[in-house]
Write a protein that binds this ligand. Structure first.
Ligand code: ADP
Ligand code: MG
Length: 494
């Protein structure tokens, strides 16, 4: 049966969309009455459950600040691990010489070299290469994996020429970005707690990964040593700080999410041992594990229950790229089952977990064509069904609801960090220009998400204070950041 639906029904579907965009042209269309009429209550309930009005944002920001404090007191006191990085000297721009970086965090590793020329010349030259790690090495022995990496580094180092120049008699120095959980006790050592992300290498857990790499480089006859072990968030902060002295916080929004910031050592009760020369240290919050006061839905709870780490990483599961598409898929599946969104049959493909990816929901939100053609073709790929116009509009509204909640909560988390820093140092954060360096594929490629994040920060801080807080993209800063930290922690004097 077909029915002509008048604009008022359409308008109500758009009530949750962001303001400031021109209204779409009103069109009369032919739709199946059953799906759209009964999908509307599911959408409205979703928008209500995902709503992030100012009091919710404020609660999240306050809880983030409180959890940070608890995590700084002692290990195990908080959802937030507040891992000490032992990075107490940040790049100044004066660094000079040749430095290397290695980034190991997934199925590839990246090697990079940079020639630094100090205040006047800055970055004279950089080069990098990417090497994929053979599957069998990801479940082999520790020695095999580190030998493979060291041999990749040795091959790369052999090609050092042109503007890259190592003074006679010097050992090459390397910043090692290692995105697996480690327990650090100094800037150049860290015990692997466990492998994650598909790695099951035997014989590394409980060992110092810096020693593993240093020994492998020695076996390869490579004259190089690790000067700094960092995680990617810390690398991003260092990379951005090199160009801008006001950078105090770094946030990654990619497949997962994390944040770090510059803390005063006298605000870290759990720090024992050698005092930092600068009186400051970068703290890695591991904020993906935050969980307080988040507006969650049945779809989040079901996704969490079916995940490999139920009950963990709840903030990450609400705001990061790995999950946004999957939450939308779960909503659409319910709409298909309970409201026949895609017609009489529920598309089988829609039942497959993670079949709708965050880049898909992002692409659907960019569709400005009158008939939502891109939305139609993505939905066709994902479900095998060609949905009518009103269905496409509902889907876009679902995407918007989930991206809006994610972006706004990420913004509230950032304000929580800034608030904590401000409370300890009255005026030194909100009273002057302070920069938050952002990186990661989600932040880089999803404009609506980015603007929802900024909106939340502005709403929470108010118009005056938010003028001082600059949230800016620092693309791929983490590789060069690790090399810069190798420079800052060089065994040679500058
Ligand atoms: P990683 O976090 O794995 O180190 P990236 O920072 O490159 O890598 O982020 C990749 C993630 O960014 C993807 O998993 C995806 O969730 C998200 N992403 C990539 N492209 C887009 C896009 N066009 N729109 C929205 N999200 C995207
Ligand atoms: Mg990354």
């Amino acid at each position: 049966m077909s029915l002509t639906v008048a604009p008022p029904v359409l308008r109500s579907f758009h009530s949750g969309r962001s303001s400031g965009r021109p209204p779409r042209p009103r069109v009369l269309m032919t739709v199946r009455s059953s799906n759209t009429v009964s999908a509307a209550p599911i959408l409205i309930k979703l928008q209500r459950d995902c709503a992030t009005p100012l009091p919710v944002l404020r609660h999240v920001a306050d809880a983030m600040a409180a959890d940070m404090r608890a995590g700084l007191e002692a290990d195990g006191r908080s959802d937030l691990k507040m891992i000490l990085s032992y990075v107490d000297a940040l790049p100044t721009g004066n660094e000079k010489g040749l430095f290397y970086a290695l980034d190991l965090g997934g199925t590839n590793f990246r090697v990079l070299r940079v020639q630094l020329g100090g205040k006047d010349e800055h970055v004279v030259a950089t080069e990098f290469e990417q090497v994929s790690i053979p599957q069998e090495l990801m479940s082999g022995t520790s020695e095999e994996l580190f030998d493979f990496i060291a041999s990749g580094l040795a091959t790369f180092a052999q090609k050092e020429a042109g503007k890259f120049c190592l003074p006679q008699g010097r050992t090459r120095e390397l910043g090692f970005t290692f995105s697996f959980p480690v327990k650090q006790t100094s800037i150049d050592s860290g015990i692997l707690i466990k492998w994650t992300k598909g790695f099951a290498v035997s014989g590394t857990a409980g060992k110092d990964v810096v020693a593993c790499l240093n020994e492998a480089m020695k076996r390869q006859g490579l004259n190089m040593r690790v000067s700094a072990l960092v995680n990617d968030t810390v690398g991003t902060l260092a990379g951005a700080r090199y160009w801008d002295n006001d950078v105090m916080v770094a946030v990654i929004l990619g497949t997962g999410t994390n944040a770090c910031y510059v803390e005063r050592v006298d605000a870290i009760p759990k720090l024992h041992g050698p005092n930092s020369k600068s009186g400051r240290m970068i703290v890695n919050t591991e904020w993906g594990a935050f969980s307080h006061g988040l507006p969650l839905t049945e779809f989040d709870r079901e996704m969490d229950a079916g995940s490999i780490n139920p009950g963990e990483q709840i903030f990450e599961k609400t705001i990061s790229g790995m999950y946004l598409g999957e939450i939308v898929r779960r909503v659409l599946l319910k709409m298909a089952e309970d409201a026949r969104l895609f017609g009489d049959c529920v598309p089988e493909k829609l039942r497959m977990p993670f079949s709708l990816r965050t880049p898909d929901i992002c692409a659907m939100q960019q569709d400005s064509s009158k008939d939502f053609e891109v939305v139609g073709s993505i939905l066709h790929d994902v479900t095998g069904v060609s949905p009518d116009l009103i269905t496409r509009k509902i889907v876009v509204d679902v995407c918007d609801t989930i991206a809006k909640r994610g972006g706004r909560l990420a913004g509230a988390g950032i304000v929580g960090i800034l608030q904590k820093m401000e409370d300890d140092s009255k005026g030194l954060v909100f009273g002057k220009r302070t920069v938050v360096a952002m990186d990661g594929g989600l932040y880089e490629h999803y404009p609506q998400y980015r603007s929802y994040l900024q909106d939340a920060v502005t709403e929470l801080l108010g118009p005056e204070t938010s003028k001082n807080i600059v949230i800016e993209h620092s693309k791929d800063g983490s590789g060069i950041g690790a090399a810069l930290l190798a420079a800052t922690n060089s065994m040679y004097q500058h």
